[in-house]
Design a protein around this ligand. Structure first.
Ligand code: GDP
Ligand code: MG
Length: 376
């Protein structure tokens, strides 16, 4: 009696496992009206177009800082950047923000529109860096400014009523201006370089420094918090040989001092990145640039240049200087990556440290007013 029941149940369960003829689906399996060749097409590739449309609508922020001693041509280079081809169609300055600091740091915003894409390019000028008699710790106000922007972003992020799109004032890239007046090079070095008369020695003879202690100090401290791109200022004051020799020396000195500039080796994502960036790190860096905001007529074309008694130096002509290389590198090939490294590495380091210092809690909001920030 009672024995039979479980058996019966088991039988029922077993019989449920036997496949039955499937009922016809209520919705037809094959999509109607789609080319049968595209069967299985999901449409993942349309994401690119969706992203493009979104970016076109929202536009994006990009913030560059220029640092270096007075008179090295920072302001001129910034104007060159805006006036050069990438922004020649752009409207005039539309915002000026003054932030009173020990070193007067000034952010100038500029909306550039090209091909329907809007970019809010902000240049942060840092006049007076390294101009004091005692330049000890003169990188501090700059580091403070950079951290204040991270702090602003962090406060917005931890806010309960978070903005849909947090305004990004973080410094994505810092152009560091190196003075072109290198120290004199001993004759033995030239001989070694040209491979003549030295029995093929692998080690070059010693050279005087090309970077000042201040340059090294700044880059040592700041390369941990921001993407630094070193540039040699006023490259028109050097001969071709001097330029290539100076570039090599600067690269060597940065390496010896363990200074990582952008694009940092450790953040290369794949072999393609590595190949492309190695070339930049080993050949292009530091870009030897010339700046000018004056236009001249050359072969019937208007060009940005510097007029000298022996001719016009065209800033966008690659035979004359590397300004166009720098512009293409920063804007045309690495802009998105500069933003990503800023967000994923530099900002993340700051954020983790802040939350850690605060026992894992979000930072307490002190002052989120525009232009003020707080001391982290
Ligand atoms: P800042 O103090 O670093 O902002 O330097 P400025 O942009 O005000 O330039 C200082 C002076 O250097 C001006 O007279 C500029 O015309 C000049 N200058 C700027 N860029 C160059 C350059 O690439 N080559 C040369 N030879 N002079 C330059
Ligand atoms: Mg200036």
């Amino acid at each position: 009696m009672s024995k039979g029941l479980p058996e019966t149940r088991t039988d029922t369960a077993m019989s449920e496992l036997v496949p039955e003829p499937r009922p016809k689906p209520a919705v037809p399996m094959k999509p109607v009206g789609i080319n049968p060749n595209l069967l299985g097409y999901i449409g993942i590739d349309t994401i690119i177009e969706q992203m493009r449309k979104k970016t076109m609508k929202t536009g994006f922020d990009f913030n560059i800082m220029v640092v270096g001693q007075s008179g090295l041509g920072k302001s001129t280079l910034v104007n060159t950047l805006f006036k050069s081809q990438v922004s020649r169609k752009a409207s005039s300055w539309n915002r000026e923000e003054k932030i009173p600091k020990t070193v007067e740091i000034k952010a100038i915003g500029h909306v550039i529109e090209e091909g329907g894409v809007k970019m809010k390019l902000t240049v942060i000028d840092t006049p007076g860096f390294g101009d004091q008699i005692n330049n000890e710790n003169c990188w501090e106000p700059i580091e403070k400014y950079i951290n204040e922007q991270y702090e602003k972003f962090l406060k917005e992020e931890v806010n309960i009523a978070r903005k849909k799109r947090i305004p990004d004032t973080r410094v994505h890239c810092c152009l560091y201006f190196i003075s072109p007046t290198g120290h004199s090079v001993p004759l033995e070095w030239w001989q070694w370089l040209s491979g003549g008369g030295h029995g093929g020695s692998d080690t070059p003879p010693p050279l005087g420094p090309s970077l000042r202690p201040l340059d090294l100090e700044f880059m040592k401290h700041l390369s941990k918090v921001v993407n630094i791109i070193p540039v040699i200022a006023k490259a028109d004051t050097m001969t071709l040989e001097e330029k290539s020799e100076f570039k090599q020396r600067v690269r060597k000195e940065l390496e010896v001092n363990g200074i990582e500039f952008y694009p940092q080796k450790e953040f290369d994502e794949d072999l393609e990145d590595k190949t492309e960036n190695d070339k930049i790190r080993q050949e292009s860096m530091p870009f030897a640039v010339v700046g000018s905001d004056k236009e001249y007529q050359v072969n019937g074309k208007r060009v940005l240049g510097r007029k000298t008694p022996w001719g016009i130096i065209e800033v966008e002509n690659l035979n004359h200087c590397e300004f166009a290389l720098l512009r293409d590198f920063v804007i045309r090939t690495h802009l998105q990556d500069l933003k990503e490294v800023t967000h994923n590495i530099h900002y993340e380091t700051y954020r983790a440290k802040r939350l850690n210092d605060n026992g894992g809690l979000p930072p307490v909001s002190v002052d989120t007013e525009e232009g003020h920030g707080s001391n982290p």
